[in-house]
Design a binder for this molecule. Structure first.
Ligand SMILES: [Zn+2]
Length: 240
């Protein structure tokens, strides 16, 4: 049998590379390329960790001399993104929280009321724009340095309030203790210490916290969802 005839007997499909196979080849080359790139970045990360991390760190706050540290913290505060507006719900006129945190907070307030405690919300979600005002305008009003101000208020982009998960709580019967250390002497604070964890609220800045942020007995954050836990993972890791 002549050679040409034998070749012609091979079905066409076996003699050419099918488009599907060609696509698979391209995909494999693409994956290999991505793998090499990732390995390169990982190697650079190991050899030059500081410059790379600083490069990837969020930009420093405008008007603030301090630079974020290697763990991303600026003057003690971790960076936080602003919660999407679609996840916010009103818990009072002009007061908003992330929807899961809002439900838990309202359940917690009902339980407090049942125990004769008047738990008041003093501050909840704050946009990054509002935090900017609270940080810079109040700082100049009080003639504070950025470092001094950061002890009592997070720089914009670094506040737990922007996540929609954090609340400042007060005792309705002792408004004179609002946002002050003396809040820890109130019935509301005692009740929170005993019960807040059941509603997945935790004190963010206890006395002597490793973040170096001043003690805030009134500031509680919600950690009762996977998303909330992810949000505060770095802060939790530091406090362990
Ligand atoms: Zn607060």
């Amino acid at each position: 049998m002549p050679t040409a005839t034998v070749r012609d007997d091979i079905p066409l499909a076996r003699r050419t590379v099918s488009p599907a196979l060609r696509r698979r080849g391209a995909l494999r080359r693409g994956l290999l390329g991505a793998g090499v790139l990732l390995a390169g970045v990982a190697a650079l990360w190991i050899v030059f960790p500081q410059p790379l991390r600083r490069l990837l760190a969020p930009p420093p706050v405008q008007g603030l001399n301090a630079r974020p540290g290697l763990d991303g913290r600026l003057l003690g505060h971790f960076p936080y993104a602003e919660v999407p507006a679609s996840e916010l719900v009103a818990i009072a006129p002009g007061v908003q929280l992330q929807v899961d945190a809002a439900e838990a907070l309202q359940a917690m307030q009902r339980a407090a009321t049942a125990d004769g405690v008047d738990l008041r919300v003093l501050s909840a979600f704050r946009s990054i724009a509002l935090q900017k005002h609270l940080f810079f305008d109040v700082k100049s009003e009080r003639n504070q340095s950025a470092q001094e101000r950061a002890m009592v208020s997070a720089p914009p982009g670094y506040s737990e309030h922007s996540t929609g998960y954090a609340v400042d709580l007060g005792d309705g019967r002792e408004p004179g203790t609002n946002l002050s250390r003396s809040f820890e002497t109130t019935a509301a604070y005692g009740w929170l210490r005993a019960n807040a964890n059941r509603f997945h609220f935790h004190l963010s800045f206890p006395d002597g916290n490793p973040q170096g942020v001043s003690y805030e007995p009134w500031h509680w954050r919600f950690e009762g969802s996977a998303a909330a836990l992810r949000t505060f993972e770095a802060a939790q890791r530091l406090s362990r």
